[in-house]
Design a protein around this ligand. Structure first.
Ligand code: GLU
Length: 381
């Protein structure tokens, strides 16, 4: 399929250990160089790029001379601790060739599953992107134990992609897509070009294509696909074995494209509209109500009162002074802060709260007006 890279605004690329690390010789510098050339190509096409890279354990175990057998948990953690330094340095140097700063983010399961930590991680990643850096993300394997870890970067990459509302997740694999059987073994095995829904039939076709250096077979890739598609993020599986695999992908190389029916913004709005429990309400004046119907964000200046108790990231109601419920949205400030900045100009926020933060109380992408909510429901019916 021929798709232009500039169709996408924000792309997450997941790189598996087997592509980046050779069991005998260690880091594949030539491959990394070609990946960075592809990142540069995407940036020139106007895309923001995030990399979710494995390789810490594979690099570290070699560095520590551990034998090629299944590692104990504490050996994996020690390998990750040693390897992650090498990995981050390699990315920093390779991206530096193109004058990009690399920003390392190490996440644990709790960072993507627990609301406050989720919001904090998202803000840091968004800030890195705004500053033009390339976030390099991996699981924090040094502290993750089996109960609290993802264990594979396919799902981690999908959670990161949905967290930052990426519109595309690229899984670079050692195989060029999702097959109906095992290629090479099963003569009838065919690669899917497009998948618009991950059905139980599709799931039943996922064999285990993992190698000893990577944890992710097709099972975790489909799980990643489900996470991504539910949030409106497209996903593509393609082979990363050849150099410049991303460039090849956008030139029509073999791949399987998982295409959701919605965009990240509509998927999020649908989720917001579906929240039954509102943490509180924000009462707004007529000028703000008019601005919202024009598709604008809700600024503190138009707020006359804040009721209830809620935290940053909660869904709150938006109500006019006459008590008409206009809609609801994900709020950027907690109730106490919202009360302090109610009625103020956005440039006063810093002096009032003692920190610079978002100008909008509810960003337009996080706001669902009743009319929109009704439309969403009708579309669903
Ligand atoms: N996070 C692990 C690492 O960096 C790899 C997990 C995976 O292979 O998916 O080594």
């Amino acid at each position: 399929m021929l798709v232009s890279a500039s169709t996408y605004k924000r792309i997450v690329i997941k790189i598996g250990s087997a592509l980046l690390v050779d069991r005998m010789s260690g880091l594949k510098r030539g491959w990394l160089k070609s990946l960075c050339a592809d990142v540069h190509m995407l940036r020139k096409a106007g895309c923001e790029v995030l990399l979710v890279s494995s390789g810490a354990i594979a690099l570290g175990r070699k560095q520590l001379d551990l034998p090629l057998k299944v590692l104990k948990l504490e050996e994996s953690q020690a390998s990750a601790a040693t390897g992650q330094i090498l990995l981050a340095r390699a990315y920093s140097e390779a991206l530096g060739e193109y004058n990009y700063q690399a920003g390392q983010i190490l996440l644990t399961l709790g960072d993507t599953e627990e609301r406050r930590r989720y919001i904090n991680a998202r803000e840091t990643i968004s800030t890195l992107l705004r500053l033009g850096a390339v976030p390099i993300i991996n699981e924090n394997d040094t502290v993750a134990t089996s109960e609290i870890r993802y264990g594979d970067n396919d799902r981690l990459a999908a959670r990161v992609a949905t967290m930052v509302s990426a519109d595309l997740l690229i899984l670079l694999s050692d195989i060029d897509g999702f097959y109906s059987g095992i290629p090479g073994k099963d003569d009838a095995a065919k690669r899917f070009e497009h998948i618009s829904e991950i059905t139980p039939e599709i799931e039943a076709m996922a064999g285990d294509a993992g190698t000893e250096l990577s944890k992710g077979g097709m099972v975790t890739k489909l799980e990643a696909g489900k996470i991504a598609m539910e949030a409106g993020t497209s996903m593509v599986i393609t082979s990363g074995k050849e150099l410049n695999a991303i460039k090849a992908l956008f030139n029509g190389a073999n791949a399987t494209w998982f295409e959701p029916k919605e965009t990240p913004v509509t998927a999020r709005k649908k989720w917001i509209a579906g929240q039954m429990q509102l943490g509180g309400s924000i009462i707004i004046d007529a000028g703000a109500a008019h601005a919202l119907t024009q598709g604008k964000s809700l600024l503190p200046a138009g707020v006359t009162k804040v009721t209830g108790s809620f935290s940053r990231g909660d869904v709150v109601g938006v109500v006019t002074q006459k008590g008409v419920e206009l809609g609801c949205g994900l709020v950027s400030y907690g109730a106490n802060e919202a009360r302090q900045i109610a009625g103020c100009q956005s440039d006063e926020i810093e002096s009032i709260l003692g920190m610079t933060s978002r100008a909008a109380l509810i960003h337009r992408d996080n706001l669902v007006l009743r009319a929109q909510a009704n439309q969403l429901e009708n579309n669903d019916a």
